[in-house]
Design a protein around this ligand. Structure first.
Ligand code: ZN
Length: 286
């Protein structure tokens, strides 16, 4: 019995010790080295995650900014639409550009970053709906503007001054500054300084500012490749993007730029090239 204890007990202890050692070495995750390595890996993953989070935050901010810019464009589109409705004289509810309430979205980049994700997605959805509606309205407006009624309104005729006289014709003349023969690209109408300069046709103002040689200049696009220019003004009364009708006062006669006295230098351009304005001046108003 005692022998059994002395033989079996050490044997059991031996097996137990072996098993203990075996198991410990079989489970390396418990060694301090492995634990440290795991901690490192975990740190790296956390770092990668926070980098990803930062990246998506940046992307989100960029998207928000884009949304704000698109909303600003929509506001301008609305303003243009409203003015087109005015010019086209279509009072239909179809063109009530105020039917969809404003998005109340950010106007500047700073405010744009304050979006939370759900409200951001909501704003994007609302914008898609509004854009679709605007597109439909503008499509119909475009059809209307192609109509004869509108074509009549953009039809050029008459003089850019109601009070004044033609002082220089289109074509070859001696340059008033150099005395040399030069090509005059427009028709001059002399008048008292401050005399109203009127649009000779309806259209969209594409330039209003100082242009070399022209002084203070207004340029109007009438569609169908026709543009008119009114130079040497003392004062400009319209802004680019503004829609003007025939007879609207757009500037006042002056002596700005390359000019020897108060007059308006009037040009008619067809597809970007100056043509003789006289046939346009003398033809009947439709
Ligand atoms: Zn001239």
């Amino acid at each position: 019995m005692l022998a059994a204890v002395f033989v079996l007990l050490p044997a059991l202890i031996g097996v137990g010790a072996y098993q203990l050692v075996y198991h410990v070495s079989d489970q390396p995750e418990y060694t301090p080295l492995m634990t440290a390595r795991f901690a490192d890996q975990l740190n790296e993953q956390e770092k990668a995650l926070s980098e990803l989070d930062q990246l998506s935050q940046e992307q989100f901010r960029a998207l928000t900014l884009k949304l704000a810019q698109a909303q600003a464009r929509l506001v301008r589109l609305d303003a243009l639409g409203e003015r087109l409705v005015e010019v086209a004289d279509v009072g239909s509810d179809e063109f009530d550009f105020s039917t969809v309430p404003g998005l109340g979205g950010p106007e500047s980049a700073d405010e744009g970053t304050s979006y939370e994700l759900p409200s951001f997605m909501e704003a994007v959805d609302q914008m898609a709906v509004t854009l679709e509606r605007r597109e439909r309205q503008l499509d119909i407006l475009e059809d209307l503007l192609a109509d004869k009624q509108i074509e009549d309104q953009t039809w050029l005729s008459g003089r850019p001054l109601t009070k004044g006289w033609m002082s220089s014709r289109f074509g070859r003349r001696s340059d008033p500054f150099t005395g040399r023969v030069a090509w005059h690209k427009g028709v001059d109408f002399a008048g008292k300084e401050g005399t109203p300069i009127v649009a000779t046709g309806s259209g969209v103002v594409t330039f209003s500012g100082v242009k070399s040689g022209y002084g203070k200049l207004v340029e109007i696009n009438h569609g169908n490749g026709i543009t008119t220019r009114y130079g040497h003004a003392v004062e400009l009364l319209v802004e680019p993007g503004e829609i003007v009708r025939t007879g609207d006062v757009i500037a006042k006669v002056g002596n700005s730029g390359r000019s020897t006295g108060p007059h308006v230098h009037y040009e008619v351009l067809k597809n970007g090239a100056q043509v003789n304005p006289q046939p346009y001046i003398y033809r009947a108003r439709r």
